[in-house]
Design a binder for this molecule. Structure first.
Ligand code: CA
Length: 713
C-alpha cells in the first residue's frame, strides 16, 4: 500500500479504474498489473498510458468477482486493494443484486429469529449474538448463508432481548458492524437488539392510531420546533427533565403559575411539535448524558430511538416504549409529532454501512474521496437503489410503529428528487395527513447528474393519495427578508429597520413561494415560513445584535410584527421553540454542542407583566386568528393583492369567494395612515390578536409603528 494511490475501484465487471497522485506519471502498460492472490489477470486495454494523467481504466480479459480481493500494482507507484465502486451503478449489478424484499433486519418468527443482511460484496458474514448491549464475549457466532441478490440469512432460536452484530468480510478485511436495520440498540448504539415490538406498546396504543391533527392542507399546520432536552430541563416540577417522558406530563406550571411544557403547547394552539433528531445519534454519552449536549445531527442508528432521552438506555426496549409514550402524550394533548430525519450523512464515514458494503452507501469523487456537500464529511447516496430503499423503509417503519405525523428532512437538497418522490408516495400511502418538508438548499452537488430535491425543483413533486400536501421547503428568502441575513450580524430586514430592502422577499413569502422572482414555482403553498429555527441566532438574539441601538420595547414590537406577517402568509408557519417568549441563547449562534444552560428553554421568562408573556399571548392570538379565518390559510385559491406605499409599507388584500381580509403593515418607526374603502372589522393590531372582531374601522386608519392592522369583513 502507498498513499500515492487514491483509489483502485471496480467500475464494471471487467474494468478497474485507478487514480493516483497527480505528481506521478506512468509510461508503459507493462507497469500495470492486476492480481487475484498470486495469479496475474491479463489486461486487454488500458487508457491514458503515456499521457500525463493520474488516472486510467484497465479492461481485463476475465470477469471480476466482486466478493474477491484483487490487488492492483503499478511499478513506480505502489499497490492497492481493488474495491467495487461504480460497478454498483451498472445495469448488471442492478439485475443481480437489487433486493426488493421488505424483510431485512432481525424479525422474530415464533420461537426463532430470522436475520437478513444485504451484503453482495461480502465473501463471508458471521452473526454474533450477545446477552448484553455492551461488553462481554459473544454467546455464539454463526456463519450466515448467502442467498439470492447478495442477501445473507440465518434462522436461529433466540428471543427478545438478544443483542447482535455482524462480522462482514469484504476485500477490505473483516469488520464488526451494527445492523443498519436494527430497531433498537444497546447502550451507546454498538449492538442491535432483537425486539418483540408488541412488548413496547404503551397502554392505549392501538387507539392512538385514530389520532388526527385535523389538518386538511399543509397551510392548516402550525409547527413548533424543539430539542427534547431543551424542552423540559428547566421545568422545575418535571419528573423527567430532558427525557421523552416529559412530553407525557400535564398540569405543570412555572413559579408564576403559568402553564409550561405540554400545557403551554395546548394553550398556544400549535398543531405539530417538530422534534430535533430523536433517532440514535453518536456524540452524547448515553451512560452519562449530563457530560455533553448535542442537537443530534450525527446519526448512528437510523431506526433506533436515541438512548440518552430514555430513563434506561441499557435495555433496548425501554427507549422504544418511552418514545411511544411521548408520541401518545402529545397526541392525547391534540398535538401531532414531526421528527427531524438526517439521512444525508452519518456520524462516521466508516460506520456500519461502509463496513457492510464498502463504497456503496456514500458519494465519492473520482479520486475516491468522500463527497462533502453536507459539510459533515460523508454525503450519502440516496440515488443508489438500496440506500433509497433504506430511507423509504426507515420512514415507513417510524410512521407505522411510532404513529408519527410527519418528517423534516435535513439538507434535503442533497437527496435526489426521484427518491423524495418515492418517499412522498410511501409516506402518504400510510398517512395522507403527514407533513413532509425539508431544507431544499442547493448544495451544488450534481455528481450523478440527477436533479436534487431543492427549492427550485420541489414543484416536481405533487401530493399523492389526496394527501394534505406534497413536499414543502423552508423559505429562507422570507426568513432573511424579514429580519436580515442569518449569516451577517448587522444585516437588517423588513421588520427591523430595512423595510424597503426586505419588502419584495416578504411578498414572496406571503405568496407562498409562488411568484415574485426566485423561480421556485412552488405549488399549493408548499413552503415553510419562519423567522427562526435551531440554526443561527434566536430571533431575540438576532435583534439584539442587528438592532442594538433600539430599545427593548421596539424590538418586542418587531418580533410581534414578524410573527403577524408569518401568520398571514401562505405556507406553513413555523417557529423555533421559545421564539414566542423571546428566547435567548445568550448570543450563541451555533449551540449544537453548547451547554444545557445555553440551550434550555427558560420557562421562567413567562412572568406576569413581562414582555415575554405579552409576546406569547400575542402569538397565541395570532394562531387563533389564523385557525379561525381560513382566508389566511390559503393554498393559492385566495387572491392576494399588494398595494405598496410609503417606502415599503404594504396594504395586502385577501380576496376569496368565501371571505375577504385586509392587512395594513407598517414596518416604520412612525405611525402611518391609510384610507380604507368601506368598513372593516379589526381582529389584530400591534397589541392584540384573535379570532373575533374588536372594533370597526372605516375611512382613514392609523397603524402604529412596527405593527400590522388586520381586518376581515
Ligand atoms: Ca446515542
Amino acid at each position: 500500500m502507498t498513499d500515492k494511490f487514491t483509489i483502485a475501484g471496480i467500475t464494471d465487471f471487467n474494468k478497474i479504474q485507478y487514480s493516483f497522485s497527480s505528481r506521478e506519471t506512468i509510461w508503459s502498460p507493462d507497469q500495470i498489473k492486476v492480481f487475484d492472490g498470486e495469479r496475474e489477470i491479463p489486461s486487454e486495454y488500458i487508457t491514458n498510458i503515456g499521457v500525463k494523467s493520474s488516472f486510467g481504466v484497465i479492461t481485463l480479459t476475465e470477469r471480476l468477482d466482486i466478493t474477491r480481493k484483487y490487488t492492483l500494482r503499478i511499478d513506480g507507484i505502489g499497490e492497492r486493494t481493488v474495491v467495487p465502486t461504480s460497478v454498483f451503478d451498472t445495469e448488471e449489478f442492478a439485475a443481480l443484486y437489487h433486493y426488493d424484499g421488505g424483510d431485512l433486519g432481525a424479525h422474530i418468527e415464533k420461537n426463532r429469529t430470522v436475520f437478513k443482511l444485504w451484503a453482495p460484496t461480502a465473501s463471508k458474514v458471521v452473526l454474533n449474538l450477545f446477552d448484553k448491549g455492551e461488553g462481554g464475549k459473544a454467546r455464539m457466532s454463526v456463519p450466515m448463508t448467502r442467498g439470492d441478490k447478495g442477501v445473507w440469512t440465518e434462522r436461529i432460536s433466540c428471543s427478545h432481548g438478544t443483542y447482535y452484530t455482524y462480522s462482514v468480510t469484504t476485500a477490505l478485511g473483516t469488520a464488526e458492524a451494527v445492523d443498519p436495520y436494527a430497531r433498537t440498540v444497546g447502550v451507546g448504539g454498538k449492538r442491535g437488539m432483537v425486539v418483540d415490538l408488541s412488548k413496547t406498546d404503551p397502554k392505549g396504543w392501538d387507539e392512538d392510531l385514530e389520532f388526527s391533527t385535523g389538518i386538511s392542507k399543509y397551510t392548516d399546520a402550525v409547527i413548533w420546533e424543539v430539542h427534547i432536552r431543551d424542552f423540559s430541563n428547566r421545568i422545575e416540577d418535571s419528573a423527567y427533565k430532558g427525557k421523552y417522558l416529559a412530553f407525557t406530563e400535564r398540569g405543570l406550571v412555572n413559579r408564576d403559575g403559568i402553564p409550561v411544557g405540554v400545557d403551554h403547547l395546548v394553550d398556544m394552539g400549535i398543531t405539530h411539535v417538530h422534534l430535533l433528531p430523536a433517532f440514535d445519534y453518536a456524540t452524547v454519552d448515553e451512560k452519562n448524558p449530563d457530560n455533553g449536549f448535542n442537537w443530534g445531527y450525527d446519526p448512528q442508528n437510523y431506526n433506533a430511538p436515541e438512548g440518552s432521552y430514555s430513563t434506561d438506555p441499557y435495555h433496548g426496549e425501554v427507549r422504544i416504549k418511552e418514545f411511544k409514550q411521548m408520541v401518545k402524550g402529545l397526541h392525547d394533548a391534540g398535538v401531532g409529532v414531526v421528527m427531524d430525519v438526517v439521512y444525508n450523512h452519518t456520524y462516521e464515514s466508516d460506520g456500519a454501512f461502509h463496513k457492510i458494503v464498502p463504497y456503496y452507501y456514500y458519494r465519492y469523487t473520482s479520486a475516491g474521496m468522500n463527497m462533502n456537500a453536507s459539510g459533515c464529511g460523508n454525503d450519502t447516496a440516496s440515488e443508489r437503489y438500496m440506500y433509497g430503499k433504506f430511507m423509504v423503509e426507515s420512514l415507513k417503519y417510524w410512521l407505522r410503529e411510532y404513529h408519527l405525523d410527519g418528517f423534516r428532512f435535513d439538507l434535503m437538497g442533497l437527496h435526489d428528487l426521484a427518491t423524495m418522490k418515492r418517499i412522498e408516495h410511501a409516506v402518504h400511502a400510510i398517512n395522507p395527513e403527514a407533513l413532509i418538508y425539508g431544507e431544499g438548499w442547493d448544495m451544488g452537488t450534481t455528481i450523478d447528474g440527477s436533479p436534487r430535491a431543492t427549492q427550485y425543483n420541489i414543484a416536481g413533486i405533487s401530493a399523492s393519495y389526496g394527501a394534505v400536501g406534497a413536499v414543502a421547503v423552508f423559505n429562507d428568502v422570507m426568513r432573511d427578508g424579514l429580519k436580515g441575513s442569518a449569516f451577517y450580524r448587522g444585516s437588517r430586514g423588513y421588520i427591523n429597520g430595512a423595510p424597503y430592502e426586505g419588502v419584495h422577499r416578504v411578498k414572496f413569502g406571503m405568496l407562498g413561494g409562488m411568484a415574485y422572482g426566485y423561480g421556485w414555482g412552488v405549488a399549493d403553498a408548499a413552503v415553510v415560513n419562519y423567522m427562526s429555527a435551531h440554526d443561527n441566532h434566536t430571533l431575540w438574539d438576532k435583534l439584539a445584535l442587528a438592532n442594538a441601538d433600539y430599545d427593548i420595547e421596539t424590538r418586542v414590537k418587531m418580533v410581534k410584527l414578524g410573527a403577524a406577517i408569518i401568520m398571514l402568509s401562505r405556507g406553513i408557519p413555523f417557529m423555533q421553540a421559545g421564539e414566542e417568549m423571546l428566547r435567548s441563547k445568550d448570543g450563541d449562534e451555533n449551540s449544537y454542542r453548547s451547554s444545557d444552560e445555553i440551550n434550555n428553554i427558560r420557562w421562567e421568562a413567562l412572568k406576569k407583566g413581562s414582555a415575554a408573556l405579552s409576546t406569547y399571548e400575542y402569538y397565541r392570538g395570532l394562531i387563533k386568528m389564523r385557525r379561525a379565518h381560513r382566508v389566511f390559510r390559503s393554498d393559492g385559491k385566495v387572491n392576494l393583492g399588494f398595494n405598496e406605499f410609503h417606502g415599503g409599507a404594504l396594504a395586502v388584500y385577501f380576496d376569496s369567494t368565501y371571505d375577504k381580509a385586509l392587512a395594513i403593515i407598517n414596518p416604520h418607526s412612525e405611525p402611518i395612515d391609510y384610507i380604507v374603502d368601506g368598513s372593516w372589522g379589526l381582529i389584530a393590531d400591534g397589541f392584540r390578536a384573535g379570532a373575533d372582531i374588536i372594533e370597526w374601522h372605516s375611512g382613514n386608519v392609523t397603524v402604529a409603528p412596527y405593527s400590522v392592522n388586520i381586518y376581515v369583513r
